[in-house]
Design a protein around this ligand. Sequence first.
Ligand code: DUC
Ligand code: ZN
Ligand code: ZN
Length: 476
Amino acid sequence: MIDFDLVIRGGMVVTAAETSRCDVGIRGGKVAALAEHLPNGARTIDAGGKLVLPGGIDAHCHLDQPRAQGLASAGAVMADDFSSGTLSAAFGGTTTIIPFAVQHRGGSVRAAVADYHRRAAGKALIDYGFHLIVSDPSETVLREELPALLPAGYASVKVYMTYEAMRISDRQILDVLDTCRAHGALTMIHAENYECLMWLTEKLESEGKTTPKYHAVSRPMPLEREATHRAAMLAEVAQARLLIVHVSGSQALDEIRRARGRGAAIYAETCPQYLFLSEADLDLPDFEGAKCMCSPPPRDSANQELIWRGIIDGSFDIFSSDHAPYRFDALGKLLNGRIAPFRKVANGIPGLETRAPLLFSEGVMAGRISLQRFVELNSANAARLYGLYPRKGTIAVGSDADIVLWDPERKVTLTNAMLHHNVDYTPYEGRVITGWPVTVLSRGEVVCEHGELTARPGRGQFLKREPLRQGVTAWT
Ligand code: DUC
Ligand code: ZN
Ligand code: ZN
């Protein structure tokens, strides 16, 4: 007879493959048994009426990145570190995060990784990995640092086509793609045409059009479309896999579909802001529009519908928050005052805790997507693409017991007061959603339950992520 530390009894267990009513037995932090009826464990949780889901994976979020100019932050301070960020993620049903270790120009990637380990250690409540942001792909980075880091647990690299201090040239993107391909790592790209958006920004400024709503005007869909097309072309030339992050609308998605039609291994991510916010939100009075400023910007309702279509039809692989925690205060969005031109306002919105509940409510409960598709987008695909599967992203014997008991009927009015991040607003204030994570387990330990923190902050572990097997270049 197996002794279980914990048994989850009588819930509806959902994975990306199937839904079945069964008990889950947990031992040593791992799923040890799945069966119609298991004996009680040291503790037994009644999951009657609940969904038993794999913990969410937020594969794109920013935490504790230092202040710097020429970035999305425009010099503002990030309000969330690994304590508040992982607390907030957990209360929203997310049990793994993959934020970034950022190489600044002239700096070393290895040193950036060491720095972010220090930032996370002793603070994270849940498990975490790091993507590498490469802003300076020097010979040392390409020939020494990345070849050492990519196989050592950091199997993904993000590059930028925009932001003065981050962007790299097409030729440099090819170098990164080629290096990632050689080591089975995935390249991620921020696709917006920098020259074009700067030209538009300067033109708008010369006309005195500088309020937050013009942020969207300065970054229209065609410049995201062009950059997406160019990024896909570069991946085809390098014969490498590429993930386009934060896709905001139909024209970029069309480019991705076209590239896939040619056989290119292009993956796509979108975020809640492109489903639930629009450019009209940037025009809120009293500079409140700055709260919804992110890049690429939210689009119109027609694009929201087309992003939903991509969620429904399988075009999107990943659903992330792009959590970028800037408060609506003098160190955050208001760093340069309430009359600051949009280019001096930090880009990004908070969303670690609301990401999965929003997708569940408006996706599953609104009848747009199945539970299987929800699990794919919420966790399984991120685990597969970023080298964590099947340790994370599913409920199977041998997997980490990262499990969320989800009440599908619970009605919740989102307010910033109920959230656990350190940002002083949520763009979703007052939105009523259906379904909420009530009990969250990380490696078999209940970390929060019915709104209470039940585990020790700092227990989160660094996750070494596996590169893709050599020779496998296409779809997972
Ligand atoms: N855009 C980014 O590229 N990063 C962080 C937030 C944002 O809006
Ligand atoms: Zn980005
Ligand atoms: Zn981002």
